[in-house]
Ligand binder design. Structure first.
Ligand SMILES: C[S@@+](CC[C@H](N)C(=O)[O-])C[C@H]1O[C@@H](n2cnc3c(N)ncnc32)[C@H](O)[C@@H]1O
Length: 230
């Protein structure tokens, strides 16, 4: 079945750039902040205590824009998406990543395959009545003790609302607050659930990141990351 994102296989980056142009920041600024957060999550959650490296999965990876910022972060990185055309494009851009096309209901991986599973700006494209199945699938493919991380738009942030309004593929987006993502994890059997808001300041220096982290509990940043242990 064709996916909405098939038609953005060559223009995904441009569409995002167009929706955030008013901020004066480029798409890479946002991607780098997410990649840095995921690298930090590996350390904070002790995911590589054995030292053999982290096996990571990016669900809804699209054309793989985030992956060039994650080089060297994991022992292995898989990406999957319901959009076949996006996956073809991602494969060409990132030969070091293993990509698969998935259906919305089931992920093409065995139980307990990954240490870290993340989904960035995907859940708001999934129908709310499928959110629990989506989270259950994440839990199934995580090893016990593995960590899930859902990165989403923060609906309390007015600039995020404006970007969503301007984004051509966000017309049907259903935004969810961090508390809703936390509840989703709780209801599907995850533990150690925590959220942090980020992308508050238009800077990526050490001081800016430190300040952002000290305010992460408040729903101020453009996006949030909700992570939880399987
Ligand atoms: C806004 S894009 C985000 C792409 C990428 N994660 C990023 O942050 O740049 C949303 C992606 O989620 C994919 N998607 C939507 N529902 C999905 C599902 N149930 N399973 C896997 N991918 C899905 C879409 O095809 C699209 O590529």
């Amino acid at each position: 079945m064709a996916s909405l994102f098939d038609e953005y296989r060559d223009s995904y980056g441009q569409a995002v750039e167009g929706s955030i142009r008013f901020s004066g920041l480029g798409h890479d600024f946002f991607l780098k902040a997410k990649a840095d957060l995921l690298r930090r999550l590996v350390i904070d959650r002790g995911l590589d205590e054995g030292g053999s490296g982290v096996r990571a999965l990016d669900i809804g990876c699209g054309v793989g824009s985030l992956h060039r910022h994650l080089e060297g972060a994991f022992a292995s990185l898989d990406g999957c998406d319901v959009s076949k055309e996006s996956i073809l494009r991602a494969r060409r851009s990132n030969p070091g990543v293993d990509y698969s096309v998935c259906t919305s209901a089931a992920l093409p991986y065995d139980e307990g395959t990954f240490d870290l599973v993340f989904a960035s700006c995907v859940l708001h494209h999934v129908s709310p009545n499928a959110w629990h199945d989506f989270a259950r699938e994440i839990r199934r493919v995580l090893r016990p003790g593995g960590v899930a991380c859902i990165i989403e738009h923060n609906p309390w942030n007015p600039l995020t609302r404006l970007a969503v309004l301007r984004c051509p593929f966000d017309k049907d987006a259903v935004l969810l607050r961090a508390a809703m993502t936390e509840a989703l994890f709780r209801e599907t059997g995850f533990g150690e659930i925590q959220s942090e808001h980020f992308l508050l300041l238009p800077r990526s220096g050490r001081l800016a990141r430190k300040l952002e982290r000290s305010l992460a509990a408040l729903p101020l940043g453009a996006q949030y990351a909700c992570s939880a242990r399987a």
